[in-house]
Design a binder for this molecule. Structure first.
Ligand SMILES: O=C(CO)[C@H](O)[C@H](O)COP(=O)(O)O
Ligand SMILES: [Fe+2]
Length: 225
C-alpha cells in the first residue's frame, strides 16, 4: 500500500486556506486532512461544510474529513455534499456505529472509524470489514500541536495485525503529534497514512518537510547493512 501524507489544515493560515492547501499539495502531500470540531464532543471549534465546499473548488485532491462532532449522522450528508472523499468519525459520538458507516458509504464516501488513545481495539469487532480506514489518535482529540503519545506504538502494531488478519484493503492512519523525527517509527509500527498539522504548517518549507518525512519512512524500512 502506498504511503500517504495528509497535512491537517488545522495548523494552516485560515485567511489563506486555498493557497495553503495548494502549496502543500504542490509540495508532495497526497490528501488534505480536514478537522471538524464542534465545541461539544471536543472542547474546540473549527470549520464546517461551507469551508469544505470552497476548498473543493480549488483542488481535486482527496479530502479526508475527521469529524469530532456529536451526534455524527446529521453532518455526514452535508460533508458528503460539500465534496468529502472520506469521512471518519468517533464511535463514542454515534449511537449506532454500523448505521453511521453505512450512511457514509451510501453518500458515496469512504468510511473511517477513529479510536482515541484510550479506546480499545475491540470497537473494531464486527465493523472492521466495512471500513476503508482506521484512524488511531496519538493525542487526545481537540487541538493541534500536542505531543505524540509514545505508548500508542504497540497499539498501531496491534491494529496492523488486525487489518492483515481481515485480508482487506484498509488504511491505517495515525493522527496527532506526527513529526519528521517520529514518522519512521510510526511507519515501522504499521501505519500507512500520516496526518501532520503543526509539523508541516509550522515549518518554513512545507515541501522540504514532506520530503524529509518520506525519507524517514523509506529509511525505516531499509534493512541495516
Ligand atoms: O485531529 C486532530 C486533533 O484532534 C489533528 O488532526 C491533529 O492534532 C493534527 O495536528 P498535529 O499534527 O499538530 O498534532
Ligand atoms: Fe484529525
Amino acid at each position: 500500500m502506498s504511503m500517504v501524507i495528509a497535512p491537517s489544515i488545522l495548523s494552516a493560515d485560515f485567511a489563506r486556506l486555498g493557497e495553503e492547501v495548494n502549496t502543500v499539495l504542490a509540495g508532495g502531500a497526497d490528501w488534505i486532512h480536514f478537522d471538524v470540531m464542534d465545541g461539544h464532543y471536543v472542547p474546540n471549534l473549527t470549520i464546517g461544510p461551507p469551508v469544505l465546499a470552497s476548498l473543493r473548488k480549488v483542488t481535486t485532491a482527496p479530502i479526508d474529513v475527521h469529524l469530532m462532532v456529536e451526534p455524527v449522522d446529521l453532518l455526514v450528508e452535508m460533508f458528503a455534499n460539500a465534496g468529502a472523499n472520506l469521512i471518519s468519525f468517533h464511535p463514542e459520538a454515534s449511537r449506532h456505529v454500523d448505521r453511521t458507516v453505512e450512511l457514509i458509504r451510501s453518500k458515496g464516501c469512504q468510511a473511517g472509524l477513529v479510536l482515541n488513545p484510550a479506546t480499545p481495539l475491540s470497537v473494531l469487532d464486527w465493523v472492521l470489514p466495512k471500513l476503508d480506514l482506521v484512524l488511531l489518535m496519538t493525542v487526545n482529540p481537540g487541538f493541534g500541536g500536542q505531543a505524540f503519545i509514545e505508548g500508542m506504538l504497540p497499539k498501531i502494531a496491534a491494529t496492523r495485525r488486525l487489518i492483515e488478519e481481515s485480508g482487506r484493503d484498509i488504511r491505517l492512519q495515525v493522527d496527532g503529534g506526527v513529526t519528521v523525527k517520529n514518522i519512521g517509527r510510526v511507519a515501522k509500527a504499521g501505519a500507512d497514512t500520516f496526518v501532520a498539522g503543526s509539523a508541516i504548517f509550522g515549518s518554513s518549507d512545507y515541501a522540504a518537510t514532506i520530503k524529509a518525512m518520506r525519507a524517514e519512512i523509506d529509511a525505516a524500512f531499509q534493512v541495516a547493512a
